[in-house]
Design a binder for this molecule. Structure first.
Ligand code: NAD
Length: 485
């Protein structure tokens, strides 16, 4: 595989134009797989954030408000098509920013980003509206309008995928946006705004501001009086801060937050299938997917067999250069995160865990933030590595004896995002799935998505749901109109 590497400098995009930035506001963009500086990022000033919000507000009253459903749908389709026309370039930028394998970026991040736009292009043209005839006394019907100016604050793990998962329904609803990518992964968002312009999105409808979270771009957006809604994906702790900042102006919020997802494996499941999917649910994207199953509960009769096969398959994963086709595992996103994940491996050792594979830097790789896929046994339910989100290629495997016991473990965290159950017993599958406190439960599979379905977390894993109508409604206001007959 010969791939032309590429990087771009990242400027802010306000009212349809990239804007200049003072040198002192530029910060370095580092490729985590090489530790090399690949360009600079322009941190938006408070004034630029104000300008972006003003542009988004004005655009609500501009030509955008007169776009018909069909025209908005055509624009969404065109953005999706343009993403596909530039799929390789975008995958290079994503792999360079994140350190993830290029082929994963291509298939999971970029192609699915295009699908987000194509999905909402179709969704828009199939919409009806609610109406009730109340015994011929009155006719009630609802009308929707855009919610207004939406701030989109994003994490670094699936940069373009999660951004487009917000932007596509926002544009479908006729709202306008200010996107803030994570400071570690700004490049694909910077290309996206150009593609939006090329697709015919009017100036001011899509704006982009780069920068950090607290005391910077993220905070300016969260507290801005003219931002009507915030959609945020990131850490639970950050969600709390954003909610406080948004409270005085009563913004509508949608939060997709952290997780500590259980993967429950009953002895009657098909072990080979379990192992192959569990490899992905543990280590895909270096374990940096909010849905990764980082605590694996295995019914005791198959515990040893599971560990033996799981370790053997994990040892076959190839770690290294994201731009080599054979690479399964790239680097984690940056130095700070590398130290956090390594710190948890140390904690696991202190807590009495035994590392059955991995546990450190891969031998022979001198540069870059690479961590071996790591499997830990011997921890108890109360250990920090079983309770806290690590968000790296590290899983804890624990045995269990009964269904009741494992349900207790599964629900014994503040999180409630995703869960996986493996069993061939249909009744048990329904019974357990219905009792897990989790927004998403997969049975005999993982990460199988249909964009119409509700997606999101309960407890400290989120507020609201995304997906199909759930996404669309967030970007709308609804009025009910009653006509007395
Ligand atoms: P993070 O919360 O550190 O940062 C996310 C974004 O918030 C960044 O753009 C950051 O600059 C911004 N931010 C940080 N502090 C802020 C503040 N005070 N005010 C406003 N904005 C602020 O999260 P991360 O480390 O980038 O991402 C990893 C986390 O995201 C994990 O917890 C993961 O589980 C979660 N996540 C959840 C989902 C989901 O769908 N539930 C999906 C992906 C990632």
């Amino acid at each position: 595989m010969k791939i032309e590497t590429k990087s771009i400098n990242c400027r802010n995009f306000i009212n349809g134009q990239f804007v200049d930035v003072q040198d002192e506001m530029k910060f370095e963009n580092i490729n985590p797989a090489t530790e090399e500086v690949v360009g600079w990022i322009a941190e938006a000033t408070k004034e630029q954030v104000d300008e972006a919000v003003a542009a988004a507000k004005a655009a609500l009253k501009g030509p955008w408000k007169d776009f018909t459903t069909k025209e908005r749908s055509q624009i969404l389709r065109r953005i999706g098509d343009l993403i596909l026309e530039n799929v390789e370039e975008l995958a290079v930028l994503e792999a360079t920013d994140t350190g993830k394998p290029y082929l994963l970026a291509l298939e999971m991040d970029i192609k699915r980003s295009a699908h987000n736009f194509h999905f909402f292009a179709d969704y828009l043209t199939s919409l009806g509206n609610e109406s009730y005839n109340q015994d011929n006394i009155a006719l009630h019907y609802s009308v929707t309008r855009p919610v207004g100016v939406v701030a989109m604050i994003n994490p670094w793990n699936l940069p373009l995928l999660l951004l487009t998962w917000k932007l596509a329904p926002c544009l479908a609803a006729g709202s306008t946006s200010i996107m803030k990518p994570a400071e570690l992964t700004p490049m694909t968002a910077t290309r996206l705004v150009e593609l939006c312009k090329e697709a015919g999105v009017p100036d001011g409808v899509v704006n982009l501001v780069h920068g950090f979270g607290g005391n910077s771009t993220g905070a300016f957006l969260s507290e801005h009086p003219d931002v009507d809604a915030i959609t945020f994906t990131g850490e639970t702790r950050t969600g709390t801060t954003i909610m406080k900042a948004a409270a005085p102006t009563l913004k509508k919020v949608s939060f997709e937050l952290g997780g500590k997802n259980p993967n429950i494996i009953f002895a009657d499941s098909d072990l080979d299938e379990v192992i192959e999917t569990t490899l992905k649910s543990s280590f895909m994207n270096q374990g940096q997917v909010c849905l990764c199953g980082s605590r694996i509960y295995v019914e005791r009769p198959i515990f040893d067999a599971f560990i033996e096969k799981f370790v053997a398959r994990t040892n076959e994963l190839k770690i290294g250069n994201p731009f080599e086709a054979s690479t399964n595992i790239g680097s984690v996103v940056g130095k700070e995160h590398y130290e956090k994940v390594m710190g948890y491996i140390d904690i696991a050792r202190e807590e009495g865990g035994q590392i059955v594979t991995g546990g450190g830097r891969p031998a022979g790789i001198e540069k870059g933030y690479f961590i071996e896929p790591t499997i830990i046994v011997g921890l108890t339910q109360n250990s920090r590595c079983v309770k806290e989100e690590i968000f790296g290629p590290v899983v804890a495997v624990l045995p269990f004896d009964t269904e009741e016991e494992v349900l207790g473990y599964a629900n014994d965290t503040n999180y409630g995002l995703g869960a996986t159950i493996w069993t061939n017993d249909l009744r048990r599958a329904h019974r357990v799935a219905g009792q897990i406190e989790s927004g998403i439960v997969w049975v005999n599979t993982w990460y199988l998505r249909d964009l119409r379905t509700p997606f999101g977390g309960m407890k400290h894993s989120g507020i609201g749901r995304e997906g199909g109508a759930h996404s669309f409604e967030f970007y709308c206001e609804v009025s009910n109109i009653t006509i007395k007959l």
